[in-house]
Design a protein around this ligand. Structure first.
Ligand code: DC
Length: 228
């Protein structure tokens, strides 16, 4: 069976990473969550004082980025976790503050250049499932299988809200919905690599689908391409 690159793009909180992770595990591919890389940059920038609510100190962030080391390591349960240098930052990047920070740093061309180069290096041997916003358009335009995932903002906000509540965060649904709409706007309207569907991507609207149905759908597409 041939080894391929699976590129999964789409709006925030549409279940891309859950699907991508499940497929990677099932077929023995590496899984890369590129959103986590932008979140790690946001955390890195915030800690250095280069990212505040008011502004981003682009000059200093650009210099500091030459030293950034983002990696993914499997924990003892086989789950991929994000590291900044030697520090596990998986939990720290999964909140609304880092989601918004990631959305802001992801608008910067130099940030995208650094991360895209790292992502391309990770896929050099194929056998990878990568999710994000620009994977099928910029990172791997040659990917053999491209999926563009979408669902209504209300459904995505509900999923994100339930996730955050389950993690013990105190959140208000309307604020999560507002955050989702604002991120959609920023992701699709930024100058650098806005979120767009690649011309050759398959669309998956999962508003009315269960997780099991989505995973089955993705697995079928994967084997169709691998067995071509
Ligand atoms: O998928 P996520 O919510 O973890 O992504 C966080 C932010 O990073 C999101 O607002 C868009 C940005 N992002 C991006 O611009 N390009 C990617 N390939 C992945 C994420």
């Amino acid at each position: 069976m041939k080894k391929i690159i699976v590129a999964i793009d789409g709006y925030s909180s549409c279940g891309k990473s859950t699907m991508a992770k499940a497929l990677a595990k099932e077929v023995g591919y590496a899984y890369i969550d590129t959103g986590a890389m932008y979140r790690a940059v946001a955390l890195f920038a915030k800690r250095l004082g280069f990212l505040t609510e008011q502004k981003i100190d682009e000059e200093r962030l650009k210099k500091a980025l030459t030293d950034i080391e983002i990696s993914f390591r499997l924990n003892k349960d086989g789950v991929s976790e994000t590291f900044l240098g030697e520090e596990k930052v998986e939990k720290m990047i999964r909140n609304m503050e880092m989601a918004s920070g990631a959305s802001r740093v992801s608008e910067l061309k130099f940030v995208r250049q650094v991360l895209v180069a790292q992502q391309q290096a990770m896929g050099i041997e194929k056998g990878i499932v990568m999710d994000g916003r620009d994977i099928g358009t910029v990172v791997f335009p040659q990917a053999e299988l491209k999926i563009f995932v979408t669902a209504t903002p209300e459904i995505r906000a509900k999923r994100r809200y339930e996730e955050l509540v389950a993690k013990g965060e105190s959140v208000v649904f309307e604020e999560v919905l507002q955050g989702t709409i604002e991120r959609d706007y920023r992701d699709t309207h930024r100058v650098e690599s806005p979120l767009v569907q690649a011309a050759d991507a398959l669309i998956l609207d999962n508003s009315e689908m269960s997780l099991a149905e989505q995973q089955e759908w993705l697995k079928n597409r994967f084997f169709e391409v691998c067995n071509e």
